[in-house]
Design a protein around this ligand. Structure first.
Ligand SMILES: Nc1ncnc2c1ncn2[C@@H]1O[C@H](COP(=O)(O)OP(=O)(O)OP(=O)(O)O)[C@@H](O)[C@H]1O
Length: 227
């Protein structure tokens, strides 16, 4: 479902004499449907960069980045937008809040975007918000004024609204209390059970051990490092 073949990435610092910083070389990995892999490696090793390359935020310098058969490294912007709508979900650590849009709509939005019937989308959004302990009296309000933890849980609800075949999870359990952490781990297990291929960054070792089938150490892809 997700397959990287010999991917490299460098950054060109245009404001610093166009210095070129190679950050990744020979990155290859495969994630099968129903499998969850954890990206590991020291701070600065390139975990977030690899996730952004898969999501199409960063363009790989060479190699293939296949998600559901589409090579993200070669795809047109409209193909990447369709991929993100239908196939590839991304749960980042922070909610990008749109002012004035009620929480229920924020969560239902990915389902409405793929043509799901409105009532069905709102019901699924409500079920997720309830599971993640967002009090019902907040569902009609914009999450702009919510606490950090509440925004994080709204973001997770939104990320799991559509049953994406592939998902990227950036520290999905960071700073959650025990009960909500448990709910998120269950959501990940359910996504795996329905066949989602998942790549995640988990600093929570207990969470990683529970939901991840394998670890991929991105330090192995650091340029100049012999493996
Ligand atoms: N937009 C960018 N421009 C220039 N360099 C970048 C950019 N993004 C990342 N880097 C560099 O790429 C390297 C990898 O960074 P990355 O954020 O992927 O590491 P990480 O493993 O996710 O770290 P952490 O665990 O601290 O979040 C770092 O040296 C970083 O400075």
């Amino acid at each position: 479902m997700i397959e990287l073949k010999d991917v490299s990435k460098s950054f060109t610092l245009h404001n610093q004499g166009s210095a070129v910083i190679p950050v990744m070389e020979g990155a290859s990995l495969t994630v099968a449907p129903g499998e969850c892999i954890a990206l590991t490696g020291a701070s600065g090793a390139g975990k977030s960069t690899l996730m952004r390359v898969i999501y199409g935020n960063y363009l790989a310098a060479s190699g293939q980045v296949l998600v559901g058969g589409l090579d993200v490294a070669q795809a047109e912007p409209r193909q990447i937008l369709a991929l993100r709508r239908e196939t590839l979900g991304y749960v980042s650590q922070f909610l990008r809040v749109v002012p004035r849009v009620p929480t229920l709509e924020v969560v239902a939005d990915p389902l409405l975007a793929i043509g799901c019937e409105r009532q069905v989308a709102l019901e699924k959004a409500a079920a997720l918000l309830a599971r993640l302990n967002i009090p019902e009296h907040l569902w009609g309000l914009s999450p702009t004024t919510f606490s950090g933890g509440e925004q994080q849980r709204v973001n997770i609800a939104r990320g799991f609204a559509h049953d994406y075949p592939a998902m990227l999870l950036d520290e999905p359990t960071a700073s959650l209390d025990v009960q909500n952490r448990e709910t998120v781990l269950s959501l990940i297990e359910e996504a795996k059970a329905r066949g989602a291929a998942i790549v995640g960054i988990f600093h929570d070792v207990g969470a990683r051990d529970r939901v991840c089938d394998r670890e991929v150490n991105v330090s192995d892809f650091t340029p100049g490092v012999l493996v």
